[in-house]
Design a binder for this molecule. Structure first.
Ligand code: PLP
Length: 364
């Protein structure tokens, strides 16, 4: 039986990639801000309508560099419902993650809960636009400006998402994203950092390249956050297909939306003013038990949804501050993401829908 995983990387025609390989060999320039990387940054800048794109080696180092660039050292208020890298990068940077619980409908950090945990040591908010759905950006910006906090958005799920008609990467002091192979747009491994502030962009360019300010001069501490020509080549190939990828995702999501009975389950509520990219299809069941039964019924037919995101990050054992996050804990226990990737067939979605509807119908 054909296995249907939760996601699969998009693969461009191999001839297109091979053409870049020939070029790379010819030039003998494999990494260190090469011409393909510069081209990718330029093409992305144009496609997204952002000021500048700083490509890095992955979405995790993007978060680490964002925290460093803003000089954050104290408490960072963050969401418990995200991929682990959101929290672990705060910790890795020697800062203290403090959780504010999520809104049960958007699955994003609840601004009112942010207000409850702000104290004199709070320096920043690091919020994930979970599953590609925008946070309450206006409210978060207002809180940040009233309390003198920096805002970083982990926009790893957000390629193609727009807020108020512009790329969501344009919001916050810094936005970061991931171009990992499992993401909607990818360069195998990779990521990017975006900022509206010229000085910050300059800091970021030093930080991602060992602090180099020219070959014999350094401007502060840095890390190796560069990406290679081989990764850039994959990004350039994939970017040609991005509109097709976004269209397909939308069509597939509409099949799920119209076919699922949503009896004893619901999906995420999209934030207003948001053009959603349909990156993921989360399904939140009424109980852990029902979620678990549906998941095993699907697995019997070789369909493998994933428990994104479980566990709730507030349960990580290396955290110093334990903040109760009952909404995140509860949702994490009963949510799955359904299969969604470019080559997934309509018939496979229909089969998935049928199994879910049938299982829920027969459950009491
Ligand atoms: C994938 C992901 C990351 C990490 O990106 P990598 O490129 O894999 O390092 C960070 N945050 C979120 C929300 C993610 O989904």
């Amino acid at each position: 039986m054909k296995t249907i995983p939760v996601t699969k990387p998009f693969s461009p025609p191999i001839e297109e990639y091979k053409k870049y390989l020939d070029e790379i060999w010819e030039r003998n320039w494999y990494t260190n801000n090469g011409p393909l990387l510069i081209q990718l940054q330029e093409n992305l800048r144009e496609y997204l309508g952002v000021r500048e794109v700083a490509c890095v080696s992955n979405g995790t180092v993007a978060l680490q560099i964002a925290l460093k660039a803003l000089g954050i050292k104290g408490k960072v208020i963050t969401t418990p419902f995200s991929y682990v890298a959101t929290t672990s990068s705060i910790f890795w940077e020697g800062c203290t993650p403090v959780f504010a619980d999520i809104d049960p409908h958007s699955l994003n950090i609840d601004p009112l809960k942010i207000l409850e945990v702000i104290d004199k040591d709070t320096e920043a908010i690091l919020a994930t636009h979970c599953f590609g759905n925008a946070c309450e950006i206006d409210f978060i910006e207002k809180i940040a400006s009233e309390h003198g906090l920096k805002v970083i958005y982990d926009a790893a799920h957000c390629f193609g998402t727009k807020y108020k008609g512009e790329s969501i990467f344009n919001f916050g002091d810094i936005s970061t994203t991931s171009f990992h192979a499992t993401k909607l747009f990818h360069s195998i491994e990779g990521g990017a950092i975006f900022s509206q502030d010229k000085n910050l962009r300059k800091r970021i360019s030093f930080l991602r390249n060992f602090g180099h300010d020219g070959p014999e001069k350094f401007s502060g501490v840095g890390i190796n956050g560069k990406n290679s020509e081989f990764h850039a080549a994959m990004g350039l190939c994939n970017l040609r297909y991005i509109d097709e990828i976004l269209e397909r995702r939308k069509h597939q999501s509409e099949l799920y939306l119209s076919g699922l009975s949503f009896e004893k389950s619901r999906t995420v509520q999209i934030q207003k003013n948001t053009t959603f990219n349909f990156a993921y299809f989360p399904l939140i069941f009424d109980s852990f038990e029902l979620m678990n039964i549906v998941k095993s019924e699907l697995e019997k037919d070789s369909i493998f949804p994933r428990r994104y995101f479980f566990p709730s990050l507030s349960s990580l054992d290396y955290l110093e501050i334990k903040q109760p996050t009952p909404i995140s804990d509860e949702i994490a226990s009963k949510v799955i993401c359904l299969p969604l990737y470019h080559d997934l067939l309509d018939s496979e979605i229909e089969k998935t829908i049928e199994i879910i509807n049938h299982t829920v119908f027969n459950y009491d």
